[in-house]
Design a protein around this ligand. Sequence first.
Ligand SMILES: C[S@@+](CC[C@H](N)C(=O)[O-])C[C@H]1O[C@@H](n2cnc3c(N)ncnc32)[C@H](O)[C@@H]1O
Length: 250
Amino acid sequence: MATISSNALYTDLSGYYDLMCIDINYKAQSDYVRRLHQLFGNNGTRHLDLACGTGPHIRHFIDSGFQSNGLDLNQPMLELAKIRCPEASFDLQNMCDFKVDQPLDLITCFLYSIHYCGNIENLKRCIASVHAALKEGGVFCFNTVEKTKINNNSFMRHASDLDNSQFVFKSGWYYSGEGDRQTLKLSIEKNTAEQTQYWEDEHPMVAVSFDELKALLEPYFDVHVFEHDYDKILPLPETSGNAIFTCVKR
Ligand SMILES: C[S@@+](CC[C@H](N)C(=O)[O-])C[C@H]1O[C@@H](n2cnc3c(N)ncnc32)[C@H](O)[C@@H]1O
């Protein structure tokens, strides 16, 4: 068994990342956010994807007419993104403290990556950086989980085949019930005819309730919260702990 250090997670994972995400409907997610931007935004097309990874959303935004660029903390992920989106620029920066050259119309952060801010202080810095980078009327859109509604026993499992190997990916959230830290647990099992290899990681993520998050955002933005359903724009039910936040800069 090998354990991935948390800093090296996406360096070690970068070659497997697209395989791990093969079931994600990136086009549906990108189209949904474009609809939100049409409804709430300023009609501009300058877009930045925070924690962009290998750039799958950026590909769809560019294909729909946006001028999209990406920001991520991990150079190997950005190198893959550049291959996927040669038209885009990719910036090695921390989303908790980033700057842009020109103001933007839309900033996104997909796949719960906002939680990589790690703690509330960094989350506040990220929100302030986003606010400074947007034009007036610009939109910040991201998905997020509510800390009090995390089911510590629930895991996503997904298996894929590549080059005579079978991969099993598992991920799940863990929240102790106190404080501003939750954990993302990831494991990858690689089975070949000869051997089985196993990696696992527990990554520290910021834990926040939706009410706390709204209180952080509302000084800067008009905040709209929707159910996590990329097919329909729906209000968030009381019981749901999985949301899409759409924030319009005042
Ligand atoms: C789960 S992946 C999501 C990638 C992409 N958004 C997607 O939907 O496929 C998380 C990404 O966040 C990046 N990341 C983690 N912490 C970050 C930070 N503080 N600033 C910028 N990127 C960060 C990682 O390098 C990784 O590429």
